[in-house]
Design a protein around this ligand. Structure first.
Ligand code: 5AD
Length: 342
């Protein structure tokens, strides 16, 4: 394992067989996590960056088969935050020490190019020392350009899977893999710090698909990578599928750290949802970011991408003091500042 790890860190390519061994082989995962942790410390020391996650709308025109806020879910209780509400979340977040705000939402047709641009400008005017990250799905390149001009710094758009055939099994006919990839390339070209990412253990995913994900990351070189286990949502076509395994998710986090030593990798909410120590385990496997929930408390339950999504306690921005403690117990420390990609 260690020789393969060294080759990854050096930017080398691996054969299918070598990847297969790293992903599903019979070896001590603690050694892999230790390698990933060593690489993470080389570039980031023990620093953990925090992002305040503001879920601005759960209206969505897409129909991703895995997602609880998909258009076809008539049981979803929809909401949309106003600019004032978003600014008030930022204000609370700023007081708590957040210097990055992530505006995430479903693909809401009411979020016009102009409205989003104006919202970004407002936040940047009020909090010039903060980074704004957008995570609003697929939009025309022009929208991405306008929002970048308005001051947005980063954009998260998980690729979900790097296999075209697999992508088509997770999405309805109108949502194409090619368009997803085009958006990611646009974002990076425009100058955003770009985030990709994927679910682990999604239906129809095998080791081959995960190898495709790793090769895509190697080629695309995103600044950020979000990785979490698939978790079923009861009102979706994938309700009956099992959740992604913890150890496989941690393995993919660690391999991503080795492949992209300088990347920003969150210990995701989904990881925290499937295991009480999920977040800490993610940090010990190479993650260096946490994204507590800054949304207004009364809508948090409605942003339900999957069942039992944690949004209280240390997942909540108000739980930051407790989060600080558990992060430091794990051997790291939460630091202030924007935490830009190196
Ligand atoms: N399980 C895990 N992650 C999910 N996401 C959406 N639905 C689920 C689910 N059922 C993830 C997707 C999306 C991100 C915002 O949440 O990867 O990009």
């Amino acid at each position: 394992m260690t020789d393969l790890a060294d080759r990854l860190i050096a930017g080398g390519t691996l054969s299918d067989g070598e990847w297969r061994f790293l992903i599903e082989g019979d070896y001590d995962r603690q050694l892999l996590f230790a390698e990933a942790d060593r690489v993470r410390r080389r570039y980031y020391g023990t620093d953990v960056y925090i992002r305040g996650l503001i879920e601005i709308s759960n209206f969505c025109k897409r129909d991703c088969l895995y997602c609880g806020i998909r258009r076809s879910n008539g049981n979803a209780d929809r909401y949309r935050l106003s600019v004032e509400e978003i600014l008030s979340c930022c204000g609370q977040g700023y007081e708590l020490g957040f210097r990055t705000f992530v505006l995430q939402g479903g693909e809401d047709s009411c979020h016009t190019t102009e409205w989003v641009g104006r919202t970004v400008s407002h936040i940047k005017e009020k909090y010039p020392d903060c980074a704004v990250t957008l995570s609003l799905g697929e939009r025309p390149r022009e929208d991405y350009e306008i929002w970048y001009q308005a001051g947005a710094d980063r954009y998260l758009l998980r690729h979900e899977t790097a296999s075209c055939a697999h992508y088509e099994k997770l999405h309805p006919p109108g949502q194409t893999f090619l368009r997803r990839m085009e958006c990611l390339r646009d974002l990076k070209q425009i100058g955003y710090q770009a985030g990709a990412g994927f679910m682990v253990g999604s239906p129809f995913q095998g080791t081959e698909e995960l190898i495709a994900d790793m090769r895509f990351l190697q080629e695309f070189q995103p600044h950020m990578v979000g990785i979490g286990p698939f978790i079923p949502h009861h009102d979706t076509p994938f309700a009956g599928y099992p959740q992604g395994p913890l150890t496989l998710t941690l393995t993919m986090v660690a391999l991503t750290r080795l492949t992209l030593p300088k990347s920003l990798i969150p210990a995701t909410t989904a990881l925290g949802t499937i295991h009480p120590q999920g977040r800490e385990l993610g940090l010990k496997a190479g993650a260096n970011v946490v994204m507590p929930n800054l949304s207004p408390a009364d809508v948090r339950g409605q942003y339900s991408l999957y069942d039992n999504k944690v949004c209280t306690g240390q997942e909540a921005a108000e739980g930051l003091a407790a989060l600080r403690k558990s992060v430091s117990r794990a051997g790291y420390q939460i630091v202030e500042g924007r935490g830009d990609a190196l």
